[in-house]
Design a protein. Structure first.
Length: 130
């Protein structure tokens, strides 16, 4: 008997990637639970993440995706999302649907620029400013 064909339900393609992600799980408490995970796939409308423990479908999460650059800098993008699917086996993969576009975290971008300035000038000022 032939295997049934799988049907792609997404409106856009996801791309395989492996990079660190910080997952903030918003619950009833004031402070969200924060855990480190691995981003496995990403697309325009969502992502697949391997988390260290199971999550329930419908759980709102914030993903801080940490992309590294060959020059050693790290850019972090934040995505507000909701868990759309979740596996309960020991791998604990979750599929999330983004609620809005990702955005760069400005405070960390400032830190990246400050490090660049220090590399260029001992004063810590942008190049050309004394």
């Amino acid at each position: 008997m032939p295997l049934p064909e799988t049907v792609e339900k997404r409106g856009s393609t996801r791309f395989a990637i492996s990079c660190p992600v910080t997952v903030s799980i918003r619950g009833r408490g004031i402070k969200p639970e924060v855990t480190e995970a691995v981003l496995e796939e990403i697309g325009v409308g969502g992502a697949r993440v391997n988390v260290p423990h199971p999550l329930e479908v419908g759980t709102p999460v914030t993903l801080d995706v940490h992309f590294s650059h060959p020059d050693g800098n790290i850019a972090t993008l934040r995505f507000e999302a909701v868990v759309a699917r979740a596996s309960q086996d020991p791998h604990y993969d979750i599929a999330v649907r983004f609620r809005r576009r990702g955005r760069f975290l400005r405070d960390q971008m400032g830190d990246i620029f400050a490090i660049k300035y220090l590399e260029n000038d001992e004063t810590g000022q942008p190049p050309g400013i004394k």
